[in-house]
Design a protein around this ligand. Sequence first.
Ligand code: SF4
Length: 429
Amino acid sequence: MNEYDTELVRAILLEAGYFFVDDDLQADIIMLNTCSVRENAHRKVYGHIHDMRHRRQGKPVLIGILGCMATGLRKELIDNKHLALDFVVGPDSYKRLPQILQNLHDTDATGYDVTLSEFETYADVYPTRTAGVNAWVAVMRGCNNFCSFCIVPFTRGRERSRSVDSILDEVRRLAGEGFKQVTLLGQNVNSYAHDGHDFAFLVDQVSRVDGVDRIRFTSPHPKDFPESLIKVLAQNPKVCKQVHLPLQAGNDRVLSVMNRNYTQADFKGLVDKLRKACPAMALSTDVIVGFPTETDAEFEDTVRVMEAVRFDTAFMFKYSVRPNTEASRKMTDDVPENVKTRRIVRINTLQTGISLEKNKALVGQVQPVLIESMEKEKGGSIYGRNDANKIVLLTPVPDMILKIGDTVNVRITKGTPHQLKGEVVNASL
Ligand code: SF4
């Protein structure tokens, strides 16, 4: 979502007559688009700002913070005299950036707008993207779920969705520019709702746009996954057979204090439905270990769910406090660090083994791969992704002309825990 927002900001400022340079030493204005989800993100941002000022050796510059950190840490950012920020602008105020920068130029006053909107979707801004095969398209913004560990509802506000027509207009334009894949984005993408239309309807409509070969979406909430969405996932050939389904924890009491609104049985039931509708469905997930009050026995439930579901990949984290979340206000971070470490090592080892087994089982299969990179001549790799979103390093057949954006048939020759290798067996499908 932050990458997409950066593309929005580029479009808004280009329209206002600004232009972008590649080297921050050449810039008159520097904006850092920030995230609050990762631990210690603010320290990295502060360090980056000090480093930039040091390298500029007094050359004048305006520095501002955009994104979630702007809303989440508004007072700290404004009051921090060492940072000496010139402007702080939250995710719903990017259209005001030209005015804020003009005011800074005219009056030298700090620019500040972290207002959250119930309506802003930027549907009328066409993001300035860099060329590639995938284009992000935000279909909704904000979140109403208030998971107790998460800051997003406080930094990005309540859910609101764009109209189907505005999304289709954007996707048609993307297809015309040569993007082969669109990834529909939202903090809780499957709670998309506009004018009586739900997310399954939207995905089906997007799939009717000529020129777009693949459709992905992220991230859905397990509690909002109706049969209609499972059907379009399983039956529509343009919709990739891959879902990122955040588990977070496998124990019902822990899920309840996380405010996730599903149980272990609900989650496993949804996985069963997805696999019944489409046995090849690839699943990835997020897991937090050591959430406040999580016991060893409760953690074992997470292990059991991971063993039973056998995700293709998992993003695993030790719990750490995010300021201003419900968990930070009401709970003590009481699971000792060494216990969190023991738990994360356990599920890391488990998941690595499962990912390896799953990827090895693909050896010998021929799969379509969408080529994303052709950096071979620079010492890099030719690679693409299969339908399941797994990276496949490609060995091309000599004399076969390949290019970014081609979909080619690839025989998988090797599976490792994190990627596949394969030989191209025939070019452009
Ligand atoms: S669904 Fe939960 S984890 Fe996801 S953005 Fe909303 S509050 Fe955060």
